[in-house]
Design a protein around this ligand. Structure first.
Ligand code: SAH
Length: 584
């Protein structure tokens, strides 16, 4: 392939879409690429024939396709006759296309390419643009919608990246919309065709039967043309002007409604009142023929608000906060975040207090569902990340049982910055640190119904982060540093749980990212005492492991240190503008 056309512009290919149903594709080779080619061929409805010697080791995916009878394997080395003998009968047994997977420098690749070119059989050789007469595109498939990208030999990885970005920019369900609009177009064409045929027949009958076309007298060619135009214009107008997002949500009912409004003409030949009233082709009558705006459909957005500071909200959650009709927040969601909710939006904060947690949760879920069912956008706002000890999974399952599903886009879950990671960072603790810690364990200090959870075992390179633990930190330390009675009672040769050394570094991080953030640095054997003396400032968590002392080693002789206050997240307006775009 030449890189440049004669006018200096880069060479471009003729992009075509081949209907390959029932075509015979010859795939030469047995490597994973041969498997990929067979898959592509099958997905286009063709019949791949694999040519590889009987002793070839087939890639397992290929082996499966052969075993399942999807791919025919001709167990012999390639021979020239294959090109002219294995194809469809109707085209004299010549194969429809050839895929060579053995690479550009193989003499066989060059030979097959030359032969195919001479006989005008489309040929593709892996990594050898000069040996190909066609290239495969990087494709995105969504139902009948296919998008293909080529960089014309400049790199398939780049093409694949571009294709992914293009696809990601499209609204979901666009393939469905293509199918629906395609069906509508076909129905309009078919009905018009039938009507024309009926009219023509009526014309013939007039003399022979002696009956005039009284039933259809109102329908003239001009009427028909007008109706056809209107329906087709409806289609082309929405295809041109509706935002893609709206187009992607078009329903079968939208299409049926539109077709119905021209029913009289389409079925009986007598124009219905609605069709007559819409017969003028002025823009206003056109817009009146668009389906009425879809009724508002509710949505539930389950989002995490981060550890506290409003700047740690994600942009997605911030947008949800501004767009919601109702905000249902957990008790821990900080005031700074709630202040961002527009004044017009009602905010309900969970009335959770000890002993009432279940009832409060049920109340919140019922409110969410009710608002959702009346077509509202509900923001269910949680603290930190919604899936980290936030009962987020339970809520999504509950909504699904009541007809609001993630798969239908009715429920959206947005991640949040979890305190489990943000709090250590804001306390100057890198929970993974080369040669110090190579794993992070996030766990709870409180089990279901207030019971103690199983204590995690000591691993030297582990940083353990305990949420919901500070109110029972004394018990927790005991569990980490000594075997429980139950464990002691277990007889036999089961290896005992490794215990955390009592001098392991740890830190209590409270109200991370809030103005009154506080960090207590100490060791396991003194932490309970420190918390008791300093008092608690919830919410807070406990970080345990060598990583705690990496940037902030405890001064010799000190049992603990306390750092009060939060340095803020200010990165300077200039940098902030660069990151977020100028402030609105
Ligand atoms: N979904 C939340 C956790 C909910 S459980 C998240 O991802 O962060 C509540 C526990 O989170 C609290 O008991 C406390 O241990 C911890 N926590 C929440 N916010 C915190 C903060 N700002 N600083 C320290 N710990 C916090």
């Amino acid at each position: 392939m030449s890189a440049c056309a004669s006018n200096g512009n880069p060479h471009v290919s003729l992009l075509t879409a081949t209907d390959a149903r029932a075509h015979v594709h010859l795939v030469i080779g047995s490597n994973p690429l041969a498997a990929a080619r067979c898959t592509q061929s099958l997905s286009a409805g063709a019949s791949p024939v694999l040519v590889a010697p009987g002793e070839a080791e087939l890639h397992y995916a290929l082996r499966k396709r052969v075993d399942d009878g999807e791919v025919k394997w001709l167990r012999e080395p390639f021979r020239d006759e294959h090109l002219f003998a294995l194809g469809r009968e109707e085209i004299g047994h010549v194969v429809d296309a050839v895929f060579v997977t053995s690479g550009p420098r193989e003499p066989l690749s060059i030979h097959i390419s030359t032969l195919c070119k001479r006989h005008r059989i489309p040929v593709n050789v892996v990594d050898a643009p000069q040996l190909c007469t066609f290239a495969l595109l990087s494709t995105h498939v969504d139902g009948p919608l296919q998008i293909g990208v080529t960089t014309n030999g400049r790199g398939c990885k780049l093409a694949s990246r571009i294709r992914r970005e293009v696809a990601a920019a499209l609204p979901p369900n666009l393939g469905d919309a293509c199918r629906r609009l395609g069906d509508a177009r076909r129905r309009i064409q078919e009905e018009d065709h039938l009507l024309h045929a009926a009219l023509a027949a009526d014309g013939d009958d007039d003399d022979s039967v002696g009956q005039s076309a009284a039933f259809n007298r109102l329908v003239t060619e001009a009427d028909l043309e007008a109706a056809k135009n209107r329906r087709m214009r409806w289609l082309s107008q929405i295809c041109e002007y509706w935002p893609l997002k709206r187009l992607a949500t078009i329903t079968d009912d939208d299409v049926t409604d539109m077709l119905k409004s021209y029913e009289g003409l389409g079925n009986t030949g007598a124009p219905s009142a609605s069709a007559e009233s819409a017969s003028a082709s002025s823009p206003s009558s056109l817009s009146s023929s668009l389906p009425p705006p879809a009724p508002r459909i509710g949505r539930i957005i389950l989002a995490g608000s981060g550890p506290g500071h409003p700047d740690l909200l994600t942009r997605a959650t911030y947008r949800a906060l501004r767009a919601a009709d109702l905000v249902l927040a957990d008790k821990l969601v900080p005031a700074g975040v709630l202040e961002l909710v527009p004044r017009r939006t009602p905010v309900h904060i969970a009335r959770k207090f000890p002993g009432n947690a279940e009832a409060a949760q049920e109340e919140l879920l019922a409110l969410a569902l009710e608002a959702f069912q009346s077509g509202k956008t509900v923001l269910r706002l949680k603290q930190g990340d919604p899936y980290v000890y936030g009962r987020g999974g339970e809520e999504v399952a509950f909504f699904a049982r009541h007809g609001a599903r993630v798969a239908d886009g009715r429920v959206v879950v947005l991640p949040g910055v979890t305190s489990a990671l943000a709090a250590p960072l804001l306390a100057g603790i890198p929970p993974t640190q080369r040669d110090v810690a190579d794993q992070i364990l996030v766990c709870t200090g409180t089990g279901k119904k207030g019971r103690a959870p199983d204590p995690p075992e000591f691993v030297p390179g582990r940083t353990a982060v305990f949420l919901m633990a500070l109110h029972r930190v004394g018990d927790l330390v005991r569990e980490l540093t000594a075997h429980t009675e139950a464990e002691a009672g277990v007889a036999g040769d089961k290896p005992a749980r490794a215990l955390w050394p009592r001098d392991t570094s740890c830190a209590v991080v409270e109200r991370a990212s809030c103005p009154d953030q506080r960090v207590i640095r100490t060791t396991l054997d003194r932490v309970a005492e420190a918390v008791e003396q300093e008092g608690s400032r919830p919410p807070g968590l406990l970080v345990v492991g060598r990583a705690c002392a990496f940037l902030h080693p405890l001064e010799k002789g000190r049992a603990w240190t306390v750092e009060d206050g939060f340095r803020g997240l200010d990165v300077g307006d200039e940098l902030a503008d660069g990151l977020w775009g100028p402030a609105a």
